[in-house]
Design a protein around this ligand. Sequence first.
Ligand SMILES: Nc1ncnc2c1ncn2[C@@H]1O[C@H](COP(=O)(O)OP(=O)(O)OP(=O)(O)O)[C@@H](O)[C@H]1O
Length: 241
Amino acid sequence: MINIKGLTKSVGVDKIQILKDVSLEIQRGEMIALVGPSGSGKSVFLRCLALKEKWDKGSFVIDGEDIQKNSFLGKRKIKREWAYLEQNPHLNLNRTALKNVLIGQASQTPIWRMATGMVRSDDYMGAMDVIEQLGLLEKAHQKSDTLSGGERQRIAIARALVHGAKVIVADEPVIGLDPKSAESVMQTLRNLCLEERVTVISVLPLELAEKYATRIVGMSEGKIIFDISGRRLTSQERNLM
Ligand SMILES: Nc1ncnc2c1ncn2[C@@H]1O[C@H](COP(=O)(O)OP(=O)(O)OP(=O)(O)O)[C@@H](O)[C@H]1O
């Protein structure tokens, strides 16, 4: 479904390579955790996947479509079907959780809807269904500034789903959350993979990666150093990080 081959990226006048020949094949419904030491290139790699950064070399194919060869269609597909979750989701804090889910992110929403906040009734029902699925029904009409960090993150996930996200790219989605909220967000992401076959690619601390991910990809110095499924890391793999 997603095929990345030889992704390479350099920065600065000295052309320091921060991604070195990164290749990864990702199937629908996988929950991939990127792990590795600070500065190993995890966030840069995620931002390249979300088309927030450019790379120098390498191919990126989604469902058979090379997004560099057909960049208009490829970019449109990513804008529509991929959601980039940040550590602190951008919600409009003066609006309710439900309104945030309905109105969506700026890139996905027509200007008239952003300005007026108007929605159709079937959009409303769909949003309430997703909010319920994420266990936040009783918070739907609460103003977003009164939600906890974990609830805000789950509202951001609901927003992504309502707007058709099939792939969620998340950079440390539970950083700064208390353990209970972090577990709840992780469980939400895991359920989406298992039940809805949403693909999740996220940077995670090792303990959460081992608990929730179906696959753990280790990075060091801009390279993939291991790629494992269905088991914990061996002590040798831990030592590589
Ligand atoms: N625009 C840039 N210009 C120069 N160096 C950059 C740029 N973006 C990233 N880097 C460098 O690339 C390396 C990888 O950065 P990245 O943020 O991907 O690391 P990371 O693995 O996510 O680290 P952390 O776990 O600390 O968030 C770092 O050394 C960083 O300083």
